[in-house]
Design a protein around this ligand. Sequence first.
Ligand SMILES: NC(=O)c1ccc[n+]([C@@H]2O[C@H](COP(=O)([O-])OP(=O)(O)OC[C@H]3O[C@@H](n4cnc5c(N)ncnc54)[C@H](OP(=O)(O)O)[C@@H]3O)[C@@H](O)[C@H]2O)c1
Length: 254
Amino acid sequence: MTTQTVGIIGVGHLIRHMMPALVSAPADFLLSPRGEATAADLSHRFGLTVAGNNQEIVDTSPTVILAVRPYDALAVASGLNWRQGQTVLSLCAGIATADLAPAVSPASLVMAMPVVAAEFGESPTLLFPEDARCRALLETCGPVIAVADETDFTPSAAIACYYGWVQELINQMITWLIDRGVGEHIARPLVAQMTRAAATTIRERPDASVTELVAELATPRSFTLKGLDVLRAGHAFTPWHDAAAAVAPSNPEK
Ligand SMILES: NC(=O)c1ccc[n+]([C@@H]2O[C@H](COP(=O)([O-])OP(=O)(O)OC[C@H]3O[C@@H](n4cnc5c(N)ncnc54)[C@H](OP(=O)(O)O)[C@@H]3O)[C@@H](O)[C@H]2O)c1
């Protein structure tokens, strides 16, 4: 990939955690001045330029990352003069291309959904549609998973929220251990790494269905099954489906 200028409009929480990875891409980054403290901090840490205004970014950047809050996205995008051949990579949650694409026309719209684990190169980033320049940028943040259809992107993007829900689940189990006298210095790495271990097995063993992997552990009279029976009897998994449905209502086309 040749060096390109990548503008970023919306320098807040997400970009603060993506930037340590993004800077390894062969690109010159140009930050919007809003989110002043974050822009100044990133500029200082990574030697990045802060633009005077958003239009300056659009005028000089073949690729522009849009990472303002979802409720600001349409107003910000439609107030700028975009051009043919330009790519807008929107990271804004919950906005359909039918709404955002006209606001960035004639630039082309690509959407992605990273999480802040990008900072450690571990964001599984959803991308729609496939785009070589955007992929090269996002792969600095972790594995990129492209989908060809927006009806796949919309529910899949809800899994970025699941990232936060799992952190709360981890918090609950750490607290359970601490309440039993285990030190946080033991409880925290143990629960975090056990969660990662469970995910690694699912990722590395595509030969078996996830149901089969669980059954391998939850054998008759096992402690895993004993606890799983308690969870199932308490309908512990139903609210997880409800939470996902709350952030990504089902699509009647599917
Ligand atoms: N945070 C995450 O973990 C995460 C994960 C996936 C996707 N996202 C998506 O990423 C987007 C940003 O989220 P965030 O958590 O980073 O929000 P945030 O911390 O509120 O950052 C948004 C930034 O946009 C700036 N902004 C507002 N209006 C602007 C304008 N007209 N021009 C330039 N910048 C402007 C804000 O500046 P001021 O502070 O000066 O208002 C702020 O720095 C959202 O759409 C969200 O759905 C976030």
